[in-house]
Design a protein around this ligand. Sequence first.
Ligand code: UD1
Ligand code: CA
Length: 467
Amino acid sequence: MSFDGVPAVFNMSLSVVILAAGQGTRMRSTLPKVLHPLGGFPLLQHVIRAAQQLEPSNIHVVYGHGGERVREALGHEAVNWVLQDQQLGTGHAVDQVMPLVRDNDTLLVLYGDVPLIRAETLRHLVAQAENGGLSVLTATLDDPQGYGRMIRDTGGKLAGIVEQKDASEEQLKIREINTGFLAAPATRLRSWLDQLDNSNAQQEYYLTDVIAMAVADGVAVTSVSAENEHEILGVNDRVQLSTLERVYQRSQAERLMRSGVTLADPGRLDVRGDISTGEDCFIDIGVILDGAITIGNNVKIGSNCLIKNTIIGDGVEILSHCVIEDAEIGAASRIGPFARIRPETRLADHVHVGNFVEIKKSSVDTGSKINHLSYIGDTRMGSKVNVGAGTITCNYDGAYKHLTEIGDDVFIGSDTQLVAPVKVGDGATIGAGSTITREVPSGELVLSRSPQQIRPGWKRPVKKSNQ
Ligand code: UD1
Ligand code: CA
């Protein structure tokens, strides 16, 4: 079917129902199937997002098995939750929302476990139904096993759908399948659903039986075919989930590349959230981008980094093996390799964080450097501070966390312990190996170090050869 000439704006009002009450037994999981993540979002959330793009007046989600967990996980979504107590079939599931659907609405039926459906495809499906007809989303598969088959009359017109379990030998050879998605005028659908019975192999009320009813009523039944096969693939087990995950990851990688990011290998990046990127970026292999991430222009991310909920400024370079979470990294900063940036860390521009440095809940101002083997926690650090190797903020007294405040232009010698709460004034210098327990005045040199001793003539013990 051609998609040409489909109007972009709809004048009838649209309601959507997403069926998500099935048990998903084949997942072998205590987690309800529709909550299993794909690209970091629950399966059901992908379907809700696609539906939202159509700007319907209502989205109803039919939930059942493990339903409270589903509602909890997706409680923030602007959808109407409808309980289907017993799973008596797809027709019965749709019937649960009918009292809530207005007569003039077109109703679009989606499945919560078919996550890669695109809004564009749904628009075509809805447009077909807005002339008063019933439209069904179909696909032609090399292997139609398990799906309901589309039955056409000799003239090629749709006559009905027969389920795999109810199909004859001849019908099983049909490769055009029912995706389960359909759109129809609410009043029509209401009367057809009232007539459903469950005299079939599974003793379920099949939504698919409405097609034959529409044909009998002389209502136009049309099919819309999905542009790519992945859109209509459902998740029944974890093997199918992994297949769709790869398809989704490929599409995310392509989106990033089209927006100006060079990927060392599009197959070795994982995107598990909402990522926005600038231009001329480079991402090496083995990188995971999780949650909400904003990346500026000219950013380089080295191999095997895990970055979560982070804002990364222009020109930032993150070297290999960094773990960064809930942080902000200012422009032209350089992080890693092997750095760990923990939640609530804000690095200003031109900050350097080197290997084996951990920073937690701290702010670091412009141009400061923490290059080797340090722990900086609960700290406010000024600009142009140089933190020597092995410097540690002792922020925890066993009961409470305390603040360390470091001014601008401070030089901290290697192996310094800053016992919080403590303040270091602007321009101060701390000698290597110091334990700082009291305020360091601005501009002064401070050190706490035991004097070096020399024992002239001392000899190391030597092991006797006959022992
Ligand atoms: C259904 C279609 C079949 C189609 C296939 C596509 C029917 C009768 N058959 O079969 O033609 O090829 O989908 O994948 O519709 N659900 C409920 N409540 C219920 C039953 C199901 O909410 O009582 C939900 C499930 O959670 C799922 C969807 O409806 O999201 C489909 O149900 P499922 O049992 O998987 O249908 P299939 O037998 O696969
Ligand atoms: Ca099934």
